[in-house]
Design a protein around this ligand. Structure first.
Ligand SMILES: C[S@@+](CC[C@H](N)C(=O)[O-])C[C@H]1O[C@@H](n2cnc3c(N)ncnc32)[C@H](O)[C@@H]1O
Length: 224
C-alpha cells in the first residue's frame, strides 16, 4: 500500500474545514441521523458480517468514527485500512489510532475511487456517509468491488434526498445547502450501482428514506 496524497479536487478541501470543527460535524450528524446515529451506524457495520481476522477497507473514513467498532469485530488478528482524501481528516484518524494504540488499524490519505491498495485483498469494504461526498460516487462502488476478494462483503451507509411527499419539498433547500457544505452528489444512485455489481443485495431505508444501508456480496468466481 502507498500513501498517495490527493488535492482538494477529490473532496479534501471542504473536509479539511470540517476536520477542524468536530463538534459542528457531530451536531450535523445529530440532525441528519434524527438522533439515531449510533443504532443506524451499528446496523451498517453489522451488514458486513465480520469475523475475527478479517481485513476491512473503509472508503472515506473521515476521522475514523467506525474504527473502534471495526477493530472490535476483526480483533488483533484482523486489519482495518481507512482511506480518505482530506489531510485534516486523515490526521484526526491517525490521532485516534495512536490514542487507542491499535497496531492493525491504518489511516491513509488517498482517493477512495482509486484506492491505493492491491486488488481483491479485502474480506469487507465499508463506506459510511462518504460515497455521496465524492465527485464520482459510483466509482466508489466499483473500487469497493475491485478491492474485495470473491465472496467479500460490502456495506454502504449513505444519505439521499427525501423520497416522499410532502417532505420532498424540503429537497429544494436541503440539496443545494448540503451540496455547498459537504460536496453532496445526491443524483448518484448508489443503491442501483450496488445492485448492478453485487449479489445478495439488501437495501434498508431509515429516517423517512433519507438514509439507507445498501449491502451486497462480490460474486464468487463460479457465480460471475
Ligand atoms: C461526511 S464525511 C464521512 C466520514 C466518516 N465516514 C463518517 O461516517 O463519519 C465524508 C468523508 O469522505 C471523504 N471523501 C470525499 N471524497 C473522497 C474521495 N474521493 N476519496 C476519499 N475520501 C473522500 C471526505 O474527506 C470526508 O472525510
Amino acid at each position: 500500500m502507498t500513501d498517495r496524497p490527493t488535492d482538494s479536487g477529490h473532496g479534501g478541501g471542504v473536509y479539511d474545514w470540517w476536520s477542524r470543527h468536530p463538534r459542528l460535524l457531530d451536531a450535523f450528524y445529530t440532525v441528519v441521523f434524527a438522533g439515531r446515529e449510533a443504532s443506524i451506524r451499528r446496523r451498517a457495520v453489522e451488514a458486513l458480517d465480520l469475523s475475527p481476522g478479517d481485513r476491512v477497507l473503509e472508503l472515506g473514513s473521515g476521522p475514523g468514527n467506525a474504527f473502534a467498532e471495526l477493530h472490535d469485530r476483526v480483533g488483533n488478528g484482523g486489519v482495518v485500512v481507512g482511506v480518505d482524501a482530506s489531510a485534516g481528516m486523515t490526521q484526526r484518524a491517525t490521532d485516534r489510532i495512536r490514542a487507542h494504540g491499535w497496531e492493525n488499524v491504518h489511516a491513509i490519505r488517498g482517493d477512495a475511487t482509486r484506492p491505493p491498495v492491491i486488488g481483491q485483498q479485502f474480506d469487507a469494504v465499508y463506506a459510511a456517509m462518504s460515497l455521496s461526498a465524492m465527485p464520482h460516487p459510483v466509482g466508489g462502488v466499483t473500487a469497493a468491488h475491485d478491492a474485495l476478494r470473491p465472496g467479500g462483503q460490502l456495506a454502504v451507509l449513505d444519505a439521499q434526498p427525501f423520497q416522499h411527499w410532502p417532505m420532498k419539498l424540503l429537497n429544494l433547500v436541503l440539496v443545494p445547502l448540503f451540496r455547498a457544505t459537504t460536496n453532496w452528489e445526491p443524483e448518484a444512485n448508489v443503491p442501483a450501482a450496488v445492485r448492478d455489481r453485487f449479489v445478495d443485495v439488501d437495501v434498508r431505508e431509515f429516517t423517512d428514506g433519507t438514509l439507507f444501508v445498501a449491502s451486497g456480496r462480490r460474486a464468487d468466481d463460479a457465480e460471475s
